[in-house]
Design a protein around this ligand. Sequence first.
Ligand SMILES: Nc1ncnc2c1ncn2[C@@H]1O[C@H](COP(=O)(O)OP(=O)(O)OP(=O)(O)O)[C@@H](O)[C@H]1O
Length: 243
Amino acid sequence: MNHDIVLGATGITKHFGALQVLHGVDLHVRRGEALGVVGPNGAGKTTLFGVLAGTLPASHGRVHFDGRDISAWDTSERCRAGIGRTYQVPRPFLSMSVAENVLVAAQHGAGLRGAAAQAAVHSALDRTGLLPLAPRPADTLGLLDRKRLELARALATNPKVLLLDEIGGGLTEAELLKLVELVGSLHAEGLTLVWIEHVLHALLKVVGRLVCMDAGSVLAEGEPAAVMANPLVMKAYLGGAAA
Ligand SMILES: Nc1ncnc2c1ncn2[C@@H]1O[C@H](COP(=O)(O)OP(=O)(O)OP(=O)(O)O)[C@@H](O)[C@H]1O
């Protein structure tokens, strides 16, 4: 495997019963890059994230990470190896504080204990600007701070690659700019990102490469402007809008 590729999926298919939602997808993430993943609703983007993170077993195909075949690894092994993710629908423990939520991720996601767990929590809160809110109950946070918390929980697992699933949804334009700034700063620190996002103008401020999926296949990939101008991609989006 090419060592420039930190995370690679090859020939991934996924069936849910009789429904096939991924049809031989190849996805290769380069070390240090920010890769965007777009596509109409139901294209299979979140399912692909599940296969990468190990929450969903692939029906066929292999996943490699950092030079190793991790296809048989479960989600906690992959998390400890350095694959972090956020969820489309964040589910923080609402009665717990911001810091406690991040601590749970450091302990249960990354298996950290004691001073190492506390250091990971401090660093994640600091990087996401949540240190001043550390003692606040999670249910008192506004939407942007909940997104920051979702990021902090993923960062507390010390990821080498961070999978972001539609973290931009529902924010005002001003909030979105702050989120873009934060995600951009994580990438500037050297974190490899794969970001599924429907809010294209936000995504395009951060990513250097784009993959477009439709109906369980990769339609196009490459330089973002070229991908968005690809006739197949335009057709998929217009079809999605009309559906
Ligand atoms: N657990 C499941 N059981 C059955 N079908 C599923 C399951 N999860 C996803 N699907 C189906 O797989 C297809 C792909 O869904 P997926 O969520 O991966 O798409 P997506 O590209 O992430 O869409 P969106 O942009 O709307 O989040 C959809 O038809 C969806 O209904």
